[in-house]
Design a protein around this ligand. Structure first.
Ligand SMILES: Cc1cc2nc3c(=O)[nH]c(=O)nc-3n(C[C@H](O)[C@H](O)[C@H](O)COP(=O)(O)OP(=O)(O)OC[C@H]3O[C@@H](n4cnc5c(N)ncnc54)[C@H](O)[C@@H]3O)c2cc1C
Length: 339
């Protein structure tokens, strides 16, 4: 009872609890559920992917205090846990390097997933970035002076070979600045598909796909033809699955390289001299020469050019790594039927 009274006494003098009591929490987190409050005299960074690591390194070098919070138990969890085995960087390495540390010269132009992870691990070590792991940010709000970043830590332990949830603690980080580096691909998006509940076969999101082992001879439908869909389809085909792809929307497919240079590098270079619409026209002309008319393969192009479309809608063009050849040879079937 004394102990409880002491806690209450402390809370009475803690501005966090006073302020929380005075305002309706937009976060919906009951004040009593908060286990501890950590004051950060600088920035809170959410997410330990490549962006979070880069921001941490730069702030650290600039002498700015920070805490980096990561919901998973490792850095770069997207690359470690949600990508397929055959993945290599889609862009040449010099466009994917983090500040102040180029990729090793021994790495190929398009590093593999494992090489990219190795690079990120050594980046974190070099700049002494030490995230707080298994700390998921559930909400954040600004009171005009500080950020109040609410986090949840799920405590688990191995019980009988399984991970059992033992409990959950809630910590609030209070900081001057908040950097959200949670990524644009960190959350898998599964659309509602009518009749999916009645489907008796296996259904998975591309973030769960690792490789085509076990799919030889099986009929597999890949829904969506972005970079992931196209490459998963290619991988399935290489594992002798009977792969088909549904293409509902228009999409720009470009060769990964043209005129002996990476398409991305060439685009960036041209953009230094020419307006985006002109660069788009050149890209489409060269694509036509290299890969032909994709509309004849049932993959129609959007009316806006690839770079302009990326700028206005965020939709990334697909860089072909071999899928088109499999479509042309009839090994991958394309359907435009919406479902
Ligand atoms: C198949 C595939 C291929 C790709 N190829 C390339 C490529 O070749 N080149 C390229 O530059 N990009 C590529 N990308 C894009 C990819 O998004 C980037 O490479 C890079 O991972 C983005 O870094 P990020 O730090 O912004 O986000 P992420 O890598 O997504 O990292 C975000 C981190 O935030 C954490 N997080 C999310 N929410 C919370 C929360 N609430 N609390 C705490 N932590 C949280 C996540 O666990 C994750 O670790 C590819 C993506 C995919 C899926």
């Amino acid at each position: 009872m004394d102990c409880f009274a002491e806690t209450e006494g402390k809370r009475a003098h803690d501005p966090l609890y006073q302020r929380r009591a005075a305002t309706t929490p937009a976060t919906g987190v009951p004040v009593d559920d908060v286990d501890s409050v950590v004051d950060v005299p600088g920035a809170v960074i959410v997410g330990a992917g490549p962006a979070g690591l880069a921001v941490s390194a730069m702030l650290g070098l600039g002498g700015v205090a920070y805490v980096i919070l990561e919901r998973c138990g490792c850095i770069a969890s997207l690359w470690r846990h949600r990508t397929y085995d055959r993945l290599c960087l889609h862009l040449p390495k010099r466009f994917c390097e983090l500040p102040l540390m180029p990729f090793p010269v021994s790495f190929p132009e398009y590093p593999t997933r494992d090489q990219f992870l190795e690079y990120l691990e050594s980046y974190a070590r070099r700049f002494a970035v030490e995230p707080v792991f298994r700390r998921a940010v559930i909400s954040a709000e600004y009171d005009g002076e500080s950020w109040w970043v609410y986090t949840k830590e799920v405590i688990t332990a191995a019980v009988g070979g399984e991970q059992a949830v033992l409990g959950c603690t809630m910590t609030v980080y209070r900081s001057k600045w908040l950097v959200v580096a949670t990524g644009e691909n960190a959350e898998p998006v599964v659309p509602e598909i009518e009749g999916a509940g009645r489907f008796k076969g296996q259904m998975m999101h591309s973030s769960e796909y690792r490789n085509g082992d076990g799919y030889a001879g099986k009929r597999v439908l890949v829904v969506g033809c972005g970079n992931s869909g196209m490459e998963v389809c290619l991988d399935l085909c290489n594992h002798n699955a009977r792969a088909s792809m549904v293409v509902r929307d228009t999409v720009h497919v470009l060769p990964r390289e043209m005129l002996g240079r990476s398409t991305f590098g060439l685009s960036m270079w041209l953009l230094r001299w020419l307006p985006v619409q002109t660069v788009d026209r050149l890209l489409l002309l060269m694509s036509r020469l290299v890969i032909g008319d994709t509309a004849r393969l049932s993959i129609a192009r959007p009316s806006l050019g690839p770079l302009e479309l990326k700028a206005v809608s965020g939709k990334t063009p697909v860089l072909d790594v071999g899928t088109l050849a499999k479509i042309k040879s009839g090994n991958i079937k394309v359907s435009t039927e919406a479902f």
